[in-house]
Design a protein around this ligand. Structure first.
Ligand code: NAD
Length: 454
């Protein structure tokens, strides 16, 4: 199927209305019937979502290419196989995750007498709103959707208008695979999202930037709706003296320049000492050439900036330091070469905002103490990465800094394990998901006490 010709379906529920109030009322009515609660329904939805992904791998990759010039291998790995793995992991363990927990009977009878029991159960929340961004527009819509369905909710999903081919494709496919009474897709931008946010949901799951995160949280506060905010920020990388810089450069370049740097957990900047910085400059140049060849513009493996606004934003950061490699750019093609900047001052433009593009600044520090101070002087990042052979350094980074996630040796890999919570802290977000953490996010853990009358 050609994603460009896929019809859009702004109103795929059986309610037949485009009015947000009516759409949410329809989902709420569905939820009230109890239809979404049985385990069999949840598993069926997950299985169907899996079928959508396997049967439309190529359509999804095609839409991602149209939106972001996303390389095929990257599209399959991050936006098809990743959600499939998440679904499989959930299907295998859902019964176990949802099993009610009981309090030690001796504790309960000690307080309430013989026969009393107590425990907790996971209740679905009701109607969940998922608002997705454009950078991984399939994964970041479908993985939260899978979690919300696994937890037994009705769901309204809003794909990003900045990835229009993927948005249209998913809006066309989701109602064909999932229960249309319980899952609705609304396409659109600010106007449509604003109208949705005026409704009362039982949970709002937002992925994107902190400015909109604040808008979402304010709107949610009106209804006391809990939110998960998956935001971004500048994720630092500390490279210790004496590490194998070639190995570091290979892994760092691969993580940084994937999706042309437009990944929320991409390494944003490097903190290292002057000697290691020099060695890293040469190693990064080599690693980039190995990954993308002498001319990354001609490489099938290299993506583009999502639109001209983001191109202009990132292009303006290019003279924030000495260019070690890269710097070439072409607005008509939304191309910015993988770029490494050295001698970058902490107050330069590239250090004042999340880069979200293919520019890697190296900032020099004396050593670990200064690096920890540098990190703690700034917003809590979504991820912190370290390359070190020293256990004390690892411990200090782990205990003396705060970040959504922490990765040693392999950047951007921690989110591939569904058993690890994925989320931010402070400015990088609130709440977490993946695997059992999605169940916790999209459920209410209800306390239950049962005391016999007689
Ligand atoms: P985006 O522009 O696609 O926005 C995200 C969503 O917010 C879209 O659905 C959009 O329609 C909606 N939106 C935009 N403006 C709005 C408004 N004024 N009112 C209501 N809704 C509005 O995505 P983005 O924010 O450009 O994405 C990039 C940011 O997202 C980066 O900061 C990145 O780090 C972060 N991010 C975080 C994660 C994560 O998992 N933590 C993942 C991807 C991206």
């Amino acid at each position: 199927m050609n994603p460009q010709t896929t019809p859009t379906h702004p109103t795929p529920t059986n309610s037949g209305s485009t009015d947000p109030t009516a759409l949410v009322a329809h989902l709420r009515a569905t939820f009230r019937t109890g239809r979404t609660k049985p385990l069999a329904w949840r598993k069926e939805q997950l299985t169907r979502l899996r079928a959508l992904l396997t049967e439309h791998r190529d359509d999804i990759a095609g839409a991602l290419h149209a939106d972001l010039r996303k390389p095929r291998a990257e599209a399959y790995a991050a936006e098809v196989d990743f959600p499939i793995r998440e679904i499989d992991h959930t299907l295998e363990r859902l019964d176990e995750w949802l099993r009610p927990e009981t309090v030690d009977p001796a504790e309960v009878t000690g307080v309430f007498g013989p026969g009393a029991t107590a425990g907790t159960q996971y209740d679905p929340l009701g109607v969940v709103l998922v608002i997705a961004p454009w950078n991984y527009p399939a994964q970041l819509l479908l993985v939260p959707l899978a979690g919300a369905l696994a937890a037994g909710n009705a769901v309204l999903v809003k794909p990003s208008e900045l990835a229009p081919a993927t948005s249209a494709l998913l809006a066309g496919l989701l109602p064909r695979y999932l229960d249309r009474e319980a899952v609705t897709v609304v396409e659109g931008g600010v106007e449509e999202t604003t109208a949705l946010l005026a409704q009362r949901f039982d949970h709002i799951f937002y992925t994107g930037n902190g400015t909109v995160g604040r808008i979402v949280m304010r709107a949610a506060a009106e209804h006391l709706t809990p939110v998960t905010l998956e935001l971004g920020g500048k994720s630092p990388v500390f490279v210790d003296r004496g590490v194998d810089v070639d190995a570091v450069a290979t892994r760092l370049a691969d993580a940084k320049f994937r999706n042309a740097g437009q990944t929320c957990v991409a390494p944003d900047y490097v903190l290292t000492d002057p000697v290691t910085a020099r060695a890293l400059e040469a190693a990064l140049s080599e690693a980039i050439e190995k990954l993308y060849g002498a001319d990354p513009a001609a490489s099938e493996r290299y993506g583009r900036l999502v639109n001209e606004r983001h191109f202009d934003r990132v292009e303006a950061l290019l003279d924030s330091g000495r260019t070690v490699v890269g710097g070439q750019h072409d607005r008509a093609d939304r191309y910015i070469a993988p770029t490494v900047l050295a001698d970058v001052r902490p107050d330069s433009p590239v250090m004042r905002e999340e880069i979200f593009g293919p520019v890697l600044p190296i900032v020099e520090v004396d050593g670990l103490d200064e690096a920890i101070g540098f990190i703690n002087d700034r917003d809590k990042p979504l991820a912190l990465y370290g390359f070190t052979d020293n256990e004390t350094t690892r411990q200090r980074l782990a205990t003396e800094t705060s970040s959504g996630g922490l990765g040693f040796g392999l950047p951007m890999a921690h989110l591939r394990l569904p058993e690890l919570p994925f989320g931010g802290v402070g400015e990088s977000g609130t709440g977490a998901y993946h695997g059992p953490h999605s169940i916790a996010t999209f459920s209410h853990r209800k306390a239950r006490l049962d005391v016999p009358l007689g």
